[in-house]
Design a protein around this ligand. Structure first.
Ligand SMILES: [Zn+2]
Length: 837
């Protein structure tokens, strides 16, 4: 064994327990006969990283394999990311715990090395030409007739490729194995490693290797996730482990591209066990348990044993990525707002090895944090990419052995903000956490999203189910109904989920012919612009018709009596917005009074933002989803009872009203004016003011009045700009799903012309009497530019340029003038705007 000279080495031999005499032959002759290890400290890393608590132990291993148990035997190689500092440009969110994938592999002796190769036939149609990829290559230290000893010192180059990303190859600085562990009872090898790039990116990984026969039960029957060859895959949305070429059932000599549904192979009816990292605060453990075990309602209803069990905190010493422990990774870094789930499965049979769920603290803190922030200064949303989008962007640039990373969800916490977070922040946090875990665990069972789940919601009929599936991104307000109480894991059987669980885990025995065939659609359908759009497949929305829901969200701003499901109107919400101000008697100094005023203004801004542009419940968001209905619909996509022309008319009517809204509607303004009066009366009654002379009191109150007016004006501009920003973004041209022609009052409207007109208006310098934020103008022109191929674009573009030129010439503010010049340059530059979304 070659040893590095500058370090102290410890030689250790892992003691491998011998099996009871009745054990099967394959067990007594498991894949690994012994491991010798030396440990040292990683040169050049320990001193600078030890403060972060990272393990810089470098483990070099010589592993003795039994030839009879490894050669000519199929294995599965998988990997998971434990933690990383991989960030995407200006976005601060680092990619965190997730599975990276699993692939069939085999061992191959090649001269002095032992190679671990993928079975290339998986990726290719031809049975003749299927280049296998090299996963790893190990120096052979020694071998005899029965055994072969290899040196294992670093992770697979597959891991390096993942770190680099597909087109941004930063050189490797250092990589090392941190631990190598063999679990004899199921012949599982686990290797932990760290990789550092020269740009400072760090990634920590877990690689696993297991004989396929240990993971996949004999005679396990795969379920096709391909709608073309399986009716169930057309009716439900299964998660799959990516495209594979497999022999056809009907003709095994023909290999065809297909997808296999991922699911657990439940062993002896045992429940799938879940753990959470030990840094989770104890106060949330029960909510986590209830979220995880929410799925037992379906097997219980079918008279079957529990399908899932929450085991509590991860036992000390168990590593993240150990496939024997399905794990919720709790992150105490708040700003990462997206939760996601990932799982490793054999792509040929779909049998899952393990699943990981990542939940940042934001899921319990968002409600509290939200009410502390000042809303007025916030930029329109689309200029600040969501955390989920940021992670998706990083993932899109990466692959695992040429296959996409199996992360199935980017659930953005910001989208679940709700008024409930104001009324009872702690219940809101618990409910939100329980809901997101219920959803993410659903992915681990092999359920893809169903964004049509919430079409069952009727804002006027509380008896109807809020959703047929927890696999929609559901509205917090209504999703609370998924559990019978805040302390319970029980709740209603959501019909789509009940059916799909039966199909995946009980042969569909609980789905009767008379059971409803429920609408379903997943991510690719939500994003599809292939010969039109599906206007009913929408993330985070709720309601049977998104266009009616959009008009209703508008009505919530204009009519104090309006309601939608559990949500009351904005004027009504503003009326109770100040209930949690401190008691007036406790406001003793002017500092106290200033703080109370600030809180009151933040509350008003926060409430307004939730309704106008800042949440999934807002006019801006629901309105933007309804704009899909202005585009050409995919053939046959509308369900019974929907009318294309009506949907278009609703969407257009909403757009006309919302885009031209330059002030908050009167009912909302009146509610704000009442609150101004109430704030002043409250402040006037505080000891801070009553202790003043009458003259000082009047002067102070007058100052406060001015402050309130200024804040409310700024809030109005910010909220409306945020709302319009969402609409502007949704108005981008999608050439494969163009804006339609629409009949209104016997006239045919070319919606392309209408939308260009709206965008031109939204790029104008003024929004009513207020200056339009530059970010909104930039956004409007970016969207407008996506129509540059349209016949009437030139005329619009000429007008916009002429107006901007005039504005530049008459400007008397150098910074403003430069910003206008940039706007014009961007608008006229040749590069086509990004029309993909
Ligand atoms: Zn999801």
């Amino acid at each position: 064994m070659k040893l590095q000279s500058n370090k102290l080495f410890v030689l250790s031999v892992l003691a491998l327990s011998t099996f009871a005499s009745c054990a099967k032959h394959s067990e007594t002759q498991g894949a690994i006969a012994g491991i010798q290890q030396t440990t040292s400290s990683v040169a050049g890393v320990a001193s600078e990283t030890s403060a972060l608590g990272r393990d810089t132990t470098k483990v070099e291993s010589v592993i003795k394999l039994r030839k009879s148990a490894v050669l000519n035997r199929p294995f599965l190689y998988g990997a998971g990311l434990q933690f990383s500092s991989i960030v995407d440009g200006k976005l601060k969110t680092a990619m965190m715990s997730q599975e990276l994938g699993q692939l069939p592999v085999y061992f191959n002796i090649n001269g002095g090395t032992l190679q671990l190769m993928t079975d290339g036939s998986l990726n290719f149609e031809s049975d003749v030409n299927h280049p296998s990829r090299l996963v790893h290559e190990f120096d052979i230290v020694s071998q005899d007739n029965d055994t072969i000893s290899i040196r294992v010192v670093k992770p697979s180059p597959v891991i390096d490729t993942f770190m680099w990303g597909n087109d941004n190859k930063v050189p490797l600085r250092v990589e090392w194995n941190r631990s190598v562990e063999y679990v004899e009872s199921n012949e599982l090898l686990m290797v932990e490693s760290s990789v550092e790039l020269t740009d400072g990116s760090v990634g920590e990984f877990m690689e696993t290797l297991v004989p396929r026969d240990r993971q996949v039960p004999a005679n396990f029957k795969a379920i096709s996730a391909n709608a073309d060859d399986n009716d169930a895959a057309a009716r439900y949305r299964f998660l799959d482990a990516g495209k594979v070429f497999l022999p056809k059932d009907s003709d095994p000599t023909v290999r065809a591209e297909t997808k296999i549904a991922m699911r657990w192979a439940l062993k002896n009816g045992e429940a799938v066990k879940w753990y959470i990292t030990s840094n989770v605060p104890d106060e949330y453990l029960n909510d986590v348990k209830n979220g995880v075990e929410g799925w037992n309602r379906y097997t219980r209803a079918a008279g079957l044993p529990d399908i899932i069990k929450f085991m509590g905190k991860l036992p000390a010493g168990v590593k993240v990525g150990d496939p024997r422990f399905n794990l919720i990774v709790w992150d105490t870094v708040q700003q990462a707002g997206a939760a996601y789930e990932s799982q490793n499965a054999d792509p040929v049979t779909g049998v899952q090895q393990a699943s990981m769920i990542y939940i940042p603290l934001a899921w319990v803190n968002i409600g509290k944090e939200y009410w502390k922030k000042t809303q007025a200064s916030e930029a329109p949303p689309s200029s600040v990419p969501s955390q989920g989008k940021a992670i998706e962007h990083i993932l899109a640039q990466r692959s695992f052995m040429g296959r996409p990373i199996p992360v199935h969800c980017m659930n953005d916490v910001e989208m679940h903000l709700d008024m409930a977070s104001k009324k009872s922040p702690e219940d809101f946090a618990r409910g939100l956490l329980k809901g997101v875990i219920f959803h993410e665990v659903g992915h681990s069972f092999g359920l893809a999203h169903n964004f049509k789940g919430s079409l069952s919601f009727d804002p006027d009929d509380a008896k109807k189910s809020f959703s047929t599936s927890i696999m929609d991104y559901n509205d917090y307000n209504e999703e609370a109904a998924a559990f019978s109480s805040v302390d319970s894991s029980d709740g209603p059987l959501l019909e789509y989920d009940r059916q799909i669980i039966s199909v995946l885990y009980n042969g569909g025995k609980d789905v009767k012919a008379s059971d409803p065939k429920l609408p379903a659609c997943a991510d690719d359908e939500a994003d599809s612009t292939d010969a039109g759009v599906d206007p009913l497949c929408i993330r985070y929305d709720i309601g049977y018709d998104p266009t009616k829901q959009a008009l209703r969200s508008l009505e919530l701003l204009t009519n104090p009596q309006a309601r939608s499901g559990r949500m009351n109107s904005l004027p009504a919400a503003l009326a109770d917005a100040l209930a949690d101000l401190p008691a007036a008697t406790g406001v003793k100094t002017t500092d106290d009074a200033d703080a109370a005023l600030k809180q009151a203004l933040t509350d008003l801004a926060g409430v307004t933002s939730i309704y106008v542009g800042g949440s999934a419940n807002s006019l801006g968001y629901i309105g933007s989803t309804a704009l899909k209905s202005l585009k050409v619909f995919q053939k046959g996509v509308l369900l019974d009872g929907y009318n294309e022309t009506d949907m278009r008319e609703n969407a257009l009517s909403m757009l006309e009203q919302a885009s031209s809204m330059t002030e908050l509607p009167d009912a909302t303004k009146q509610a704000l004016a009442k609150q101004k009066t109430a704030i002043l009366a409250y402040l006037a009654g505080t000891p801070a003011l009553t202790s003043m002379s009458r003259a000082d009191q009047d002067k102070t109150l007058a100052d406060y009045g001015t402050k309130i007016d200024t804040a409310l004006a700024a809030n109005q501009t910010a909220a409306l700009s945020k709302m319009r920003g969402r609409l502007i973004d949704a108005l981008k041209n999608t050439p494969t799903a163009p804006l339609a022609f629409h009949k209104r009052n016997g006239q045919v409207l070319d919606l392309e012309v209408v939308v260009m007109g709206v965008l031109e208006q939204l790029a104008a310098p003024k929004a009513g009497s207020a200056d339009r934020p530059m970010a909104e103008r930039t956004q409007a022109l970016t969207s407008l530019k996506t129509y540059s191929g349209a016949d009437s674009y030139q005329a619009v573009s000429d007008r916009v340029q002429a107006e901007l030129t005039k504005e530049i010439q008459s400007s008397t503010d150098a910074l403003q003038r430069q910003a206008l010049r940039n706007l014009l340059t961007d608008f006229t530059s040749a590069d086509s705007a990004d029309s993909s979304k």
